[in-house]
Design a protein around this ligand. Structure first.
Ligand SMILES: N[C@@H](CCC(=O)N[C@@H](CS)C(=O)NCC(=O)O)C(=O)O
Length: 226
């Protein structure tokens, strides 16, 4: 059976949504990143990058949410999009993996988490996140789905981050992005989304952002030997 290494954060949530959409049986393994469980040698053997999500399938490991979505859609033939849309599929998956995701993550970090408020960094990452939202807004004009005419892993991947719009951009969230909002609302209404959102409810993840959590998530702020 698939083993799915999970935390309640955007990249693992994409994989949770794929699994709930397809009904593939899986065993959930919680990785409490605020406790530093992503850094254990056992977990690094599955994901050498020390992040969530990761997957084990019959002795094989797959790490990185985009790799996992591609792996599972190729393995099952589900939510893979049409062969003639492959170029679009790859392009949008990489747009999320290398652009929307990282810039959104850094925007959240500098707005909400960084120990110092650095206006240059806050502005840089917010504006880049907004620029990616604008690209999506234009792309989704008159479109129901990210790629082609069907729901696919491109929608799942994009949903994972757009779900955090208010944390990334501020209270207004998707107010300035009507096409993106229409698309998001239609994806977010899918029954599998609620099932994916229910997964963390069954797990007692650490929520306290104390010294242990800060060292686990932002080790660069601490002396390597302290
Ligand atoms: N490119 C990776 C990024 C994974 C990632 O950044 N995961 C976050 C949760 S969304 C994480 O595990 N953070 C814990 C940490 O940074 O120690 C992917 O798409 O899976």
């Amino acid at each position: 059976m698939l083993k799915f290494y999970f935390h309640q954060t955007p990249n693992p949530m994409k994989v949770a949504l794929f699994l709930e959409e397809t009904g593939l049986p899986y065993e959930l393994v919680a990785v409490d990143t605020l406790k530093g469980e992503q850094h254990t040698p056992e977990y690094r053997a599955i994901n050498p990058n020390g992040k969530t999500p990761a997957l084990e399938d019959d002795g094989k490991r797959v790490f990185d949410s985009t790799a996992i979505l591609m792996y599972l859609s190729e393995k099952t033939g589900k939510l893979a999009g049409q062969p003639e849309d492959r170029s679009e599929m790859l392009s949008w998956l990489m747009f999320v993996a290398t652009g929307l995701g990282p810039y959104s993550g850094q925007s959240v970090h500098f707005r909400h988490k960084a120990p110092e408020k650095i206006p240059y960094a806050i502005n840089r990452y917010l504006r880049e996140a907004e620029r990616h939202y604008e690209v999506l807004e234009t792309h989704l004009e008159g479109r129901e789905y990210m790629v082609g005419d069907s729901y696919s892993i491109a929608d799942i991947s994009t949903w994972g981050w757009i779900d955090k719009a208010t944390v990334v951009l501020g209270e207004g969230g998707l107010d300035n992005y009507p096409n993106l909002k229409r698309w998001f609302d239609s994806i977010d209404a899918r029954p599998a989304v609620q099932k994916a959102r229910d997964i963390p409810e069954t797990i007692d993840f650490k929520t306290e952002f104390d010294d242990v959590a800060a060292r686990a998530l932002y080790p660069q702020n601490f002396d390597k030997n302290s």
